[in-house]
Design a protein around this ligand. Sequence first.
Ligand code: ADP
Ligand code: MG
Length: 436
Amino acid sequence: MGGCFTVLQHLVEPQPCSLCWRMPLLRAFSAEELIFLFLCDSNRALTWSVFLSSTIKVDDFTARLFRIYMQVLEEGLAQTVFLGINRSDYMFDCGLDGRAALRQIEINTIAASFGGLTSRTTDVHRLVLKVLGKTEEASQLLPNNPAKGLALGIAKAWQLYGSQRAVVMFLVEEVQRNIFDQRCVENELWNRNIRVVRKRFRDVFEQGSLDASRRLYMDGQEVAVVYYREGYVPQVYDQQNWEARLLLERSRAVKCPDIATQLAGTKKVQQELSRPGMLEKLLPGHPEAIARIRATFAGLYSLDEGEEGDRIAATAIADPDRFVLKPQREGGGNNLYGEELREVLEKIKDSPERTSYILMDKIRPQPALNYLLRAHSPLQVSECISELGIFGVYVRQGQELVLNEAAGHLLRTKAVEHADGGVAAGVAVLDTPYLL
Ligand code: ADP
Ligand code: MG
């Protein structure tokens, strides 16, 4: 499903949600949540190597990223300004006891998308409501402009890098399916008189170089910020692209994200962070923030070799509908559910391969009836469920946190029969929360 279709996809009417009282809370903790993920570099290196030690033995892609991380740490980081653009995704779990709770699905630390397009969705839905004669309802839609917030973070990082001549480089896909989403952020930067170039890994391999102080140049043009909208799936990396990635990571340019932060977004790190006492260890002196963050965690389980992993693997094989089986991959369509989960787990339960996955409790949101407007699909009423993403942007200079803010939200809605798959996969549509 291409970017041009994605623009057209949205709900006919916004999805009613009772998120009202929760929105300020979400803003607060989505910002706080970022702090522990982006502690000082030495802490992170140690933490991530412990968390990922079993995974990198069996998952080549994670292992390769991890090796680059270790290599740049050994050489000494040239980068001093750090920029993170994250999206933490949540679903409302009805729970077996019928009590609704907001549960985190995952945090996306690389190429978190749709901040641009969703900055337009509210206007579309406001117009639809007005056309339907629902002026009062139209006035109640929350303002939402992640494109602006994301650009603000990039602009801040560019400014702190400190070279007027340097550009921001969007590292984009070979086939540019989501260009319009990216353009919304790009245009905000041009409005601030910051130059933007769009390049692929292959361009970096051909044109990229470092000077003696590891400043990054593309054909003689200095690059201040590299904003990755690519680089999170193994398939894009051939030998040349790995070399290009290493060049970027070694450079002084502000990477969004740097490779450590990409690793922080793995499912394995998410699962390890949820262990009892782990947040307390990483965030000492913040008991209230910890309580708020922990309240959003669903059950997450390690499949590492040993008794703990054996037990949960057996439980999941006996009752697969309770769980989601997740590999260390991004971009949708990788998770396993139901019978497929059982089959795969049966096959790998006695092999080290199982440690490349984690298990997660399945979240069960309350469905609501609505119309999904999708290209090439008839318009019909469907039972829909929604996923709420909160964008967070932070900038750190050395150990000083210069910016750490929530930048807006993204609501994606899909028909209940789809277990997995997002907007890019053609399953979910962009939506707008309507607060009751
Ligand atoms: P990816 O990194 O591939 O986007 P996610 O963890 O976000 O992986 O999962 C993809 C989709 O699968 C989510 O958008 C959501 O619709 C569904 N999903 C993931 N985890 C759960 C869960 N625990 N319960 C229910 N649905 C889930
Ligand atoms: Mg996701």
